[in-house]
Design a protein around this ligand. Structure first.
Ligand code: SAM
Length: 282
């Protein structure tokens, strides 16, 4: 098998195309990194892999060797033509030409469920929509086992931070509520064509069977977290009251009851703290 670099250069030349910056196209050319992504995803023979943004198919190629089926979702029509030709002989390959944010993943998984054991998501994500993609994968409550993805390093740190630690943001809480996140490897910029302007990292999110905190109202819990991170420099009380979700007095009373300082900021609270606050709300 030719190296990822040779494959990439050959395809780009053959189809006379170049990477689209607006679609976040940075093609992986580092065989070692590709092996590590596939290894971390721990793909078994009975698995369905959903790949987001297959691009020229370099990672797809390896996934097809391991999985029972690969369903790849790609927005760029130019890539669709390439992938159809490249994998025309693979009976375990399905391609969907759509924006991943618009695809009904629940329906896709439901349709395959009888034929496969576990569903694993694997991707070198387009960085311009990392957060909406991750949030969609989590909020849709899909029956998936894990998400192994390449993201911008700075985002990786936020996604794998401990809630309440310095780097945490609203998404840190969502990720930790649904998953056990871990860092896999940092990836040098020279592993891509073209080289991205930011550093990259592969992370793996293992979906939890049960959430780590008990909630009376999941919607409210996430609303409070989002509200308190909307205005980072504001105290929790101001953040939440500005969102119109609770009155200042109400929040003050809840914080007092829970023995949490009135001046606390959202990023200082743990997942359990937010759960306690939302569970106190009448
Ligand atoms: N998997 C390839 C690789 O590793 O070389 C390409 C990865 S590249 C970082 C991101 C891919 O996502 C591109 O192929 C791009 O066209 C695709 N993409 C961008 N926006 C998308 C969207 N909204 N839905 C589906 N695919 C998208």
């Amino acid at each position: 098998m030719e190296s990822a670099y040779t494959q990439t250069m050959f395809i780009l030349k053959k189809y006379n195309i170049s990477a689209s910056k607006s679609l976040g196209q940075n093609f992986l050319i580092n065989d070692d990194v590709i092996e590590k992504i596939v290894g971390a995803a721990n793909i078994e023979k009975e698995d369905l892999v959903i790949e987001i943004g297959p691009g020229l198919g370099t990672l797809t190629n390896k996934l097809l060797e391991k999985a029972k089926k690969v369903i790849a979702i790609e927005l760029d029509q130019r890539m669709i033509n390439i992938l159809q030709e490249r994998f025309s002989l693979f009976t375990n390959f399905e391609l969907i030409n759509e924006d991943v944010l618009k695809v009904n993943l629940k329906e896709i998984i439901q349709k395959e469920k009888q034929q496969i054991r576990n569903v694993k998501i694997v991707a070198n994500l387009p960085y311009y929509i990392t957060t909406p993609i991750i949030m969609k994968l989590l909020e849709d409550k899909l029956e998936i086992e894990s998400i192994t993805v390449m993201v911008q390093k700075e985002v990786a740190k936020r996604l794998t931070a401990v809630p309440g630690a310095k780097l945490s943001g609203a998404i840190t809480y969502a990720v930790n509520y649904y998953c056990e996140p871990k860092e896999v490897i940092t990836v040098p910029n020279s592993s891509f064509i073209p080289e991205p302007e930011v550093e990259s990292e592969v992370i793996k999110l293992n979906l939890r069977k049960e959430p780590p905190v008990k909630l009376k109202n999941e919607k409210l819990f996430f609303k409070l977290i989002k509200a308190s991170f909307m205005q980072r420099r504001k105290t929790l009380i101001n953040g939440i009251s500005n969102s119109g979700e609770m009155q200042k007095e109400e929040i003050k009373q809840i914080l007092k009851k829970l023995n949490i300082s009135e001046n606390v900021r959202g990023e200082n609270l743990t997942l359990q703290d937010f759960a306690n606050i939302s569970n106190e709300w009448k």
